[in-house]
Design a protein around this ligand. Structure first.
Ligand code: SF4
Length: 464
């Protein structure tokens, strides 16, 4: 029986409804992550200093890389008189200290509430700068509205990607390039996607590209802006590409960057779910075959074959296990698609995101494989998830680090995926996408089940 409830409102104790350990992060944090994936870019928050500090802490502890986020550092008086002067001074400081190619300005709760008109302020800044006689070149300035009381870090991420395309892409001569908008994938995922595109002989424009900027090599010289990221010229050229592939099941039919490229420049748009698990990855490779006119290269066909083989080998360990899956909506959909293929029953699919599209997307990937549809809950926090999970007897929890306390309470393994991963090492190198990502996920999941079985055994054994 399918049991679907929209998120709250649901009182936890009496009429007062609060959020307890949110299952989402702040909206401009997602925008900063997207800006970090552009070459020569500095993310800039128009708001108070604490916002930048919180976001830097979260991002650094996951990626283990320096993450500078500039701030207009508003104080009390700016909440009354407006933050324009601080914004302009802050932009000047960033110009002077970083000499960036681009500054991505994201708004915060405070500046949205006081109603600062950031696009107008930035236009004013450009006019004033151009008449100031300062010889330093002005970087590109991209603005995005990202109040955190509206949406999640994923909305912030997608809005920033759309803003980059909106404010930088131009009409361009047609090329055979393919725009790839992968969503919030790990740096390892992005490196793998680049490898796949190259193996198909396709010139790809991946936006954003955090493969180096958030997982760079050891260097003897400190660079204020890390190397890598999508070049500005490539973003400008996206309007001439032959097609856009946009990943994210809940993005379908929305006002996205891919839709903008289609509407403004006529770039053919293909919207798919995150390529996770076998069937969703098959869809992605099928698109690449069509766009490149080539068959899937042998090395990838072999990876697919090995994945199938591993699914058969591992089925006896995972069959009928019950999983609670949580995190950002598109990742939850991708994980559900994968779990349904390997015989694990997702019993609860939950997200702090509340687009209203999670249930439809879960049904689309699972209805023909799952014997019983899971509970689907959007707009929830970990209080809700814990309450819901109690009665569902899950064997596994799959999601980011913020579910650790619940896993501990339920005494079941937590398989860490997505962002943020604060209590393990190497979150930035986890693979989620494609045949290779599914293989790694399958191995990790089976090993977590085996480790638990071994630990729970009163006699212990060394052969499983
Ligand atoms: S939720 Fe709002 S106030 Fe808090 S860090 Fe995010 S933008 Fe700043």
């Amino acid at each position: 029986m399918s049991a679907v409830r929209a998120g709250r409102p649901k009182a936890k104790a009496g009429p007062y409804v609060s959020t307890t350990n949110a299952c989402k992060l702040c909206t401009p944090l997602g925008a900063c992550l997207a800006f970090r994936g552009v070459e020569g870019a500095v993310p800039f928050l128009h708001g108070s200093q604490g916002c930048a500090t919180y976001m830097r802490r979260y991002i650094i502890s996951h990626f283990r890389e320096p993450m500078d986020i500039a701030s207009s550092s508003l104080g009390e008086k700016h909440a009354i008189y407006g933050g324009g002067p601080n914004l302009k001074q802050g932009l000047k400081n960033v110009l002077c200290k970083y000499q960036p190619q681009l500054i991505g300005v994201a708004t915060t709760c405070l500046t949205e509430t006081i109603g600062d008109d950031v696009p107008r302020l930035v236009k004013e800044f450009i006019r004033e700068y151009e008449t100031s006689g300062d010889p330093s070149p002005l970087p590109r300035l991209v603005t995005v509205s990202s109040p955190s009381y509206q949406g999640t870090h994923m909305e912030g991420f997608h809005r920033a990607v759309r803003a980059l395309v909106d404010q930088l892409a131009q009409a361009a001569a047609p090329t055979a390039a393919v725009n790839l908008l992968p969503g919030l994938a790990s740096p390892a995922d992005i490196r793998y996607l680049k490898e796949i595109l190259a193996d198909f002989g396709l010139a790809g424009i991946i936006l954003p590209d955090i493969s180096e900027t958030l997982d760079g090599p050891q260097e003897t010289t400190y660079h204020k802006i890390p190397a890598g990221g999508t070049p500005l010229a490539a973003i400008a050229a996206m309007g001439g590409s032959q097609a856009t592939i946009e990943c994210g099941a809940t993005l379908k039919g929305q006002d996205t960057a891919g839709q903008l490229l289609a509407d403004r420049f006529g770039v053919k748009l293909f919207q798919i779910g995150l390529p996770m698990g076998l069937r969703e990855t098959d869809l992605f490779f099928g698109l690449l075959e069509m766009l490149s006119g080539r068959e899937t290269p042998r090395q990838h066909a072999l990876e697919r074959g090995r994945l199938l083989d591993a699914m058969v080998d591992g089925h006896k360990y995972v069959f009928d296990k019950r999983a609670v899956v949580y995190g950002e909506e598109d990742l939850v959909v991708g994980l559900t698609a994968f779990l349904a293929e390997i015989g694990v029953r997702p019993v609860l699919c939950a997200s702090g995101g509340d687009t209203g599209r999670l249930h439809g997307a879960i049904t689309a990937v699972g209805a023909d494989l799952l014997p019983e549809m899971p509970e689907v809950r959007g707009g929830v926090d970990f209080y809700d998830i814990a309450e819901e999970a109690q009665g569902l007897a899950p064997d596994l929890l799959i999601g980011h680090s913020k579910g650790y306390h619940l896993a501990k309470k339920l005494q079941i393994p937590l398989i860490r995926v997505g962002f943020p991963i604060h209590d393990r090492f190497g979150g930035q190198r986890l693979l989620h996408l494609g045949y290779r990502g599914a293989q790694q996920l399958l191995d990790r999941l089976i090993n977590a089940i085996l480790a638990k079985k071994q630990a729970d055994s009163p006699v212990g054994y060394g052969y499983l």
